[in-house]
Write a protein that binds this ligand. Sequence first.
Ligand SMILES: Cc1cc2nc3c(=O)[nH]c(=O)nc-3n(C[C@H](O)[C@H](O)[C@H](O)COP(=O)(O)O)c2cc1C
Length: 223
Amino acid sequence: MKKRSIGLAAIFMALMVLLCACGSAGGEQSASSGTSSSGSSSSETASSATTQTTTASEGSTEMSNSKVLVAYFSATGTTKQLAGTIAEVTGGDLYEIVAAEPYTDADLDYTDDSSRTTIEQNDSSSRPAISGSIGNFDEYDVVFVGYPIWWYDAPHIMFTFAESYDFSGKTVIPFCTSGGSDIGTSGSNIAACAGTGTWLNGARMSGSASTSEVSAWVTSLGI
Ligand SMILES: Cc1cc2nc3c(=O)[nH]c(=O)nc-3n(C[C@H](O)[C@H](O)[C@H](O)COP(=O)(O)O)c2cc1C
């Protein structure tokens, strides 16, 4: 895992200030549609995962024959808002990945070298525990996996999530929100933890992305 420095924090903070000044930050919102699933735990080991390049196409997206799950983690509500829009557009079920130990404001302080998130993101072996699990995960054909970018990567709780389920036979699409960073390698890092499933490249979007914007993106996936 990369070692973070005060210098990196300064660069990141400057980026965030710049972005805020440009008025592009997302807000805390609630998701709108879909059903949450919870139940007994399901945990399998994996054999192989493939990563597939996604390019926008003119083809239409028909998901009527696919059962869709939109699973997301959101600390401050931005990704939750986007997940709700994706569930609305796809007709998918919503599932919130909830940390067994909720993240406090102090935990989320990226300017603090000793905050919980700084420590977790600096430790490649950290796997924050999840409260509850998805009892009917096997039923889904397509899984959207959402999260905020933390230190240019996925929160390590997403690695916990990926290692908790068998994605064999499923198409998985990562999506994220951020203060400006792109999705980078965060999706493929989660895919590596999962070890199974066909993982598309995914995308970084605004938490307040419109229904038409999300719909166009989903169509471009060609699934
Ligand atoms: C610990 C931490 C680290 C972050 N690291 C980044 C980063 O590297 N790049 C970035 O653009 N935004 C970063 N952000 C901002 C979040 O990605 C952004 O606010 C996101 O939309 C929050 O989503 P949420 O409300 O669903 O938690 C970070 C936020 C936190 C709390």
